[in-house]
Design a protein around this ligand. Structure first.
Ligand SMILES: Nc1ncnc2c1ncn2[C@@H]1O[C@H](COP(=O)(O)OP(=O)(O)O)[C@@H](O)[C@H]1O
Ligand SMILES: [Mg+2]
Length: 200
């Protein structure tokens, strides 16, 4: 069975699901947490599905995703940047923004006290995952917690800044999507051929 080490634990791969075990247990990763998470994730397909808690506060089962890369890694590795098509950019924005809106709405629906929100406390580019079919998922579900006074919500704001700066840098450096690069190479060689013909 394949097992990988992640920054905060290990992920064991099975055919249709994975088991994530955290190195350091976190509080309140329990049945009540699962009820909250599933209530939001059942209505938002951008959130990875969590099937069950295997061991309270440390181990849970989630759907197995066919991941190409996380978005932070795509920005960092030039050979991967062709994945950032406008469709994918649109999916990223839909994923993060619908997740945010749904979480706020859910916090209201369950009547959390003033200033408290059930939200993803680590909405960073590394936790936005691009799948092989071109869809996007928000990972790291155990980062969802009831946060008083919008604690940890700044990660969502920082992610937006990094995403926009990353995209602007990508376009400024003229790193075009793979197909566009190909199209330009093709156009340039066609033009060169034409010029050669004229020269003769
Ligand atoms: N549901 C999943 N299915 C398959 N691989 C996953 C899944 N969740 C995470 N991974 C892999 O593990 C990596 C780290 O996952 P993540 O849950 O964000 O760990 P951490 O909390 O330690 O940062 C991801 O980038 C991905 O490669
Ligand atoms: Mg992560």
């Amino acid at each position: 069975m394949k097992t990988i080490k992640t920054p905060t634990g290990t992920i064991k791969y099975y055919k249709n699901y994975v088991i994530k075990k955290l190195d350091n247990p976190i509080l309140k990763l329990d049945q009540e947490w699962l009820t909250h998470y599933q209530a939001v994730a059942d209505n938002n397909n951008y959130l990875v599905k969590v099937n069950r808690i295997v061991k309270e506060n440390s181990t849970f089962e989630m759907e197995r995703l066919d991941i190409v890369s996380d978005i932070a890694h795509i920005f960092n590795v030039s050979q991967l940047r062709h994945h950032l098509t406008r469709n994918v950019v649109s999916e990223i924005y839909k994923a993060v923004n619908t997740t945010w809106i749904d979480s706020i709405q859910y916090s209201n629906d369950i009547g959390l006290k003033h200033g408290s929100y059930f939200l993803h406390g680590d909405m960073a580019l590394k936790n936005i995952l691009l799948l092989a079919d071109g869809s996007v998922k928000i990972g790291d579900p155990e980062s969802f917690h009831i946060m008083d006074r919008l604690h940890y919500a700044e990660s969502y704001a920082a992610m937006h800044t990094q995403l926009m700066f990353g995209l602007q840098r990508l376009y400024r450096d003229k790193i075009l999507p793979f197909n566009a690069t190909h199209a330009i190479d093709f156009a340039v060689s066609a033009l060169e051929e034409e010029l050669e013909i004229e020269d003769r």
